[in-house]
Design a protein around this ligand. Structure first.
Ligand code: FE2
Length: 306
């Protein structure tokens, strides 16, 4: 596969744990993805299931829809979307925190945006030669109510042995200090994984059995003062090592901050059955480069209920 990144970019990624690539996605592709995300929200009927996305542990622990979204296209509300009476403060289209987590395999527009030779090339250049596209999220960071995403390492939520999760984060709109851009800790990927988010239950297959965080390393994650802001223009891609501590602030501005993120893992790594995200056998993971996933290299637990 042809190289997409320069040696200097690869060295910078290895040193910092993240890499900012301006102009990676063209304006037309960004506009198409944005329009599709808005369509999905407009067609979304939450019924009685108003899942709120939050990194608050209590709420996340009890959220069955979150676990079930491994295989679906689900819209999660902002924490501040509802008033004390449970009524939406603003229209639904301005109340959704994100869409997740399998659009890249369920929707043609998201699939076309995700499975590209350029992205597979970037993954290969940083050592992920056998990338599987595991999780997609379209994040709205809505005007005025866009929630904070607390400092975390992605490997907490998408764990493999050896660690391999890598995030590809695309700014679909300009991301600024005002509307809640990413912040990252340069070099922080060389510190240990602090905790893992695990399914509970005897075989981890019951979405009602709940989840828990298991602490692996009590070293505190960096405070916001130790992070650097990544203000980027629409079309920029940020590659994030799965161990890199990163954070994004609330959005109190009048501008939304749409972003799309795709998380990939190595096909050769082991994927524990206790990871929250479990694909069904009907929706197997696909390689980012379009090659077939052979049984010999597929993660052991994906596609099974155990
Ligand atoms: Fe993250």
């Amino acid at each position: 596969m042809a190289h997409v990144l320069s040696d200097e970019q690869i060295e910078r990624y290895d040193a910092d744990g993240f890499l900012v690539i301006e102009g990676f996605a063209g304006p037309a592709a960004c506009a198409q993805l944005r329009a599709r995300a808005v369509d999905i929200v407009e067609a979304f009927d939450p019924g009685e299931h108003r899942s709120v996305f939050t990194t608050d542990e209590q709420e996340r622990t009890s959220d069955r829809e979150f676990l079930a979204s491994s295989n679906g296209t689900w819209c999660f509300f902002e924490q501040g979307a509802f008033d004390a009476d449970g009524a939406l403060r603003q229209e639904t289209a301005l109340s959704i925190n994100k869409i997740g987590h399998a659009m890249h395999d369920l929707d043609d527009v998201f699939s076309s945006f995700s499975y590209t030779p350029d992205l597979a090339g970037v993954a290969a250049d940083i050592g992920l030669t056998d990338a599987l596209a595991l999780q997609s999220m379209y994040i709205f960071k809505q005007p005025h109510i866009g929630g904070e995403v607390g400092c975390h390492q992605d490997a907490t939520f998408l764990y493999t042995e050896p660690l391999s999760v890598t995030g590809f984060w695309f700014a679909i709109e300009d991301a600024t200090l005002d509307n809640g851009c990413l912040w990252a800790a340069p070099g922080g990927h060389r510190t240990g994984l602090r905790k893992v988010f695990k399914r509970l239950g005897p075989d981890f297959a019951d979405d009602d059995a709940g989840t828990e965080f298991e602490v692996l390393d009590t070293t505190p994650l960096p405070s916001p003062a130790e992070l650097v802001p990544l203000e980027v223009r629409a079309g920029t891609m940020v590659v994030l090592n799965g161990l890199l501590p990163h954070w994004s602030d609330v959005n109190r501005s009048a501008a939304s901050r749409h972003a799309y993120s795709l998380h990939c893992i190595s096909a050769a790594a082991e994927y524990p059955a206790w990871n929250w995200l479990q694909r069904s056998a009907e929706l197997p993971l696909r390689r980012l480069d379009g090659r077939d996933v052979s049984h010999a290299t597929a993660p052991r637990s994906i596609g099974t209920s155990a």
